[in-house]
Design a binder for this molecule. Structure first.
Ligand SMILES: NC(=O)c1ccc[n+]([C@@H]2O[C@H](COP(=O)([O-])OP(=O)(O)OC[C@H]3O[C@@H](n4cnc5c(N)ncnc54)[C@H](OP(=O)(O)O)[C@@H]3O)[C@@H](O)[C@H]2O)c1
Length: 345
């Protein structure tokens, strides 16, 4: 019994001292400031300006992450312009950014899965943001250990788009080996990882992209690339099990005709009137991605195993967030764009 008590007090002493280290690290850091991109009014890329802000303190169930890189997503440009401000519950002044990678700098109470010094990647909840900063609050259930075989910049390009692809293909779409999936914008942020996940699952993949991206699509594993600018994808896609709709509008309506009876279309850009009331026996839904640590852990394992490769095309220093948004708004980016905290400005 005495031995048992000694072990118990030893465990208590260790866990108390670890928590104390976490708290004092947070207190020391919160006395300092960090650089962050903030929006003080909604508008064009020029409203993304650099500010000195206090380093936030992690609360219960939260990590303070020293951000090395932050991913850019089209939704960020929508929030910045004000178009998608309600979706993100954005209150001014606002720090954008939903994708981060970095090192755990402090932990709040109740954290069991991470410790100071862990290298992590995470998707921040769409109603919170805060990624375009040198430090960010990350909830424990938004993060996973970063794969060791990719850089922090590559890791920051992964979470939001890959969770989106995962949730469309596997949660809602229930994609099975041998089925055929039509993926629109196969070269984009979501499409380029969706193609790889669908091939990993054993599906046949038809994907749309401009012709200059067709060799790239084949390298990712696409069986049939279609140039949406010069070809009708319906000529190449029929009896489809699942459509991943990244475009909406007319593309969504035409995609519904390619589905087999009982097939599914999952949109990530909202439903048309026709999509809300399909004339045929098909299932048409839309989703909004959510953080999901368990899925991110599996995604990290696929990256470690070399099955899934992040596609990173543009890296900008934090100070060049406006240029990064301009690139995103071209809607011609292959794969992803990230902001780096430590690059020479
Ligand atoms: N609901 C959600 O949870 C959710 C999550 C993530 C993203 N989204 C939304 O989904 C959309 C796609 O996101 P993303 O990150 O993949 O965007 P992205 O990376 O900016 O997409 C760029 C790609 O789109 C392609 N493209 C542009 N117009 C096209 C068309 N008419 N047909 C086929 N491809 C076209 C371009 O291909 P080419 O250069 O080959 O022409 C380019 O590679 C965005 O609107 C985003 O806001 C929603």
């Amino acid at each position: 019994m005495k031995k048992f008590k000694t072990i118990l007090s030893f465990i208590f002493a260790i866990s108390y001292s670890l928590h104390a280290v976490g708290s004092s690290a947070a207190e020391t850091l919160s006395a300092q400031s960090m650089r962050a991109v903030q929006i003080h009014k909604f508008g064009g890329p020029e409203v993304l300006t650099i500010h000195e802000l206090p380093i936030p303190s992690p609360g219960q169930g939260e990590l303070l992450v020293q951000v090395h890189a932050a991913g850019i997503n089209p939704v960020d440009t929508g929030v910045r312009s004000g178009r998608a401000a309600a979706l993100a519950a954005a209150v001014l002044p606002y720090v954008p950014g939903f994708d981060v990678s970095g090192t755990v700098a402090a932990v709040g109470s109740g954290i069991t899965s991470f410790k100071i010094g862990d290298e992590v990647f995470a998707m921040l909840d769409l109603r919170r943001g805060g990624g375009y900063a040198e430090f960010a609050i990350v909830k424990e259930d938004e993060a996973a250990i970063k794969p060791t075989n990719i850089s922090f910049s590559e890791a920051a390009s992964v979470p939001l788009v890959t969770l989106t692809a995962w949730q469309v293909l596997f949660e809602v779409g229930n994609l099975q080996a041998g089925q055929t999936v039509l993926i629109h914008a196969g070269a984009g942020g979501v499409g380029s990882v969706a193609v790889q996940l669908a091939k990993w699952r054993g599906a046949n993949v038809i994907a749309t992209a401009s012709d200059y991206n067709h060799d790239f699509l084949r390298e990712l594993g696409v069986d049939v690339p279609v140039d949406y600018r010069t070809q009708q994808f319906e000529d190449f896609a029929s009896d489809i099990d699942l459509v991943l709709d990244t475009i909406g509008g007319d593309t969504q309506i035409r995609s519904m005709t390619t589905l087999k009876e009982g097939g599914k279309l999952v949109s990530i850009v909202g439903l048309t009137a026709e999509g809300r009331n399909p004339a045929r026996n098909i299932e048409v839904t839309s989703i909004l991605v959510r953080p999901e640590a368990d899925q991110l852990v599996t995604i990290g394992e696929l990256i470690e195993d070399g099955i899934l490769n992040p596609i990173l095309s543009y890296q900008f220093p934090l100070t060049e967030a406006p240029a990064a948004h301009k690139q995103s708004e071209t809607r011609r980016t292959r794969g992803k764009i990230v902001l780096e905290m430590n690059s020479q400005d």
